[in-house]
Design a protein around this ligand. Sequence first.
Ligand code: SF4
Length: 325
Amino acid sequence: MSHIVDTNDAAWRRVLGPRSILLAAPRSFCAGVVRAIDIVERLLERGAPVYVRKQIVHNGHVVADLESRGAVFVDELADVPAGATVVFSAHGVSPAVRAEADARGLDVVDATCPLVTKVHAQARRFAGRGDTVVMIGHAGHEEVEGVMGEAPDRTVLVETVADVDRLDVADPARVSYLTQTTLAVDETAEVIEALRARFPELRGPGSEDICYATTNRQDALAVVAERSDLVLVLGSDNSSNSVRLVELARRNATPAYLIEDATAIEPHWLAGVRTVGLTAGASAPPGLVDDVVALLGELGPVTVTEHETARETVHFALPVAVRAA
Ligand code: SF4
């Protein structure tokens, strides 16, 4: 990255000085994002264009980079030429979208994260045994739309504890819950508790739906945020797990901002700030973190300390069709 700090600018001059940077670890790409990007890159090696339904992952830099190499992101399958190859994004799709792809004779390569696929399987199982399925998540998020599409007539969405109070179900003894993979761990626990209070026979997934990457990034940032004057989170504003990180820091009473990249930093955020906590959502490329460290280094000497709260070794295999490529 070329210099972005103009030290002749009075606003930047006012915030010159030494700083400590606390890097949260784990941060940045998760296994599901690495796999999804890898799938598109391997298909691009075979030839462009490669059609992708929705953003492959919720990050503007990733999408722009793949677009520059020949990926074409479309909102609807209707925008994909008949017979072409289309990649389903990491967030997954509903059965209706799969059926539409079939009907149009599209060659599908599925980049749905395996941990999202697991939630789809649970939705089918819970609905199949006759339960009302309560999906805890955010309205309009692609993952939520995909999962709810498994059993649209039996699934209801709740976002908050207040939503739980308003729930009206056919049989209170037959209620199951699922969660979006990228929610705040603590807030979700409160919603589940409220559900259990209303429906004592509530059933849930065998293991947590909030994924390891979301949980680890929240745990790591919680440690860093309480020692920082300011938290910066690399990520796009449609990235659920990134937004949750900003909210977590703010709940810890630490000022926090979501930034697409280093150029989004406003000098006045740094006034009086000696310790900056830094992390990146699961869809944000690691190089963006390096750029922020470099920018802060342009303002004065920095010491960088990493706080690692977990070591991630998760790796997801690629789909066979892409591996063969
Ligand atoms: Fe998969 Fe979690 Fe990454 Fe989403 S954040 S792609 S669920 S590992």
